[in-house]
Design a protein around this ligand. Structure first.
Ligand SMILES: [Zn+2]
Length: 110
């Protein structure tokens, strides 16, 4: 059954209910292949601590470490594919209300 809540990362990924293919794990941060990719290469980087979005004041304390992990993952994609996008959504663009960065390359899948 498709997940119908608004925090896929806490409810499914960090709880272990949905298995993910991890590409990088650090203290407080995990990066993995998107479970329903929009792009041919589509990774997600999230803090393990619940923070709702980039503009959540609680994001401030972990942004430096989080961005460092995003840089690492994006650098790998750039090296492997020659191009890369880094996106975080806000408001009604943001489906899952847990701060996450999309790191993608290639063509749209839908
Ligand atoms: Zn969460």
């Amino acid at each position: 059954m498709a997940y119908a809540g608004d925090d896929f990362y806490c409810d499914e990924v960090l709880s272990g209910r949905t298995a993910v293919d991890i590409v990088l794990e650090r203290d407080g941060i995990v990066a993995f292949h998107h479970t329903r990719p929009f792009w041919t290469v589509h990774l997600v980087v999230i803090p393990k601590q619940h923070v709702t979005s980039l503009v959540d004041p609680q994001a401030t304390a972990l942004l430096a470490d989080l961005m460092d992990a995003v840089r690492e993952v994006a650098g790998r994609v750039l090296t492997e594919h020659g191009a890369c996008r880094v996106v975080t959504n806000l408001g009604h663009y943001q489906d899952s209300k847990h701060l996450h960065f999309h790191v993608s390359a290639g063509e749209p899948l839908r």
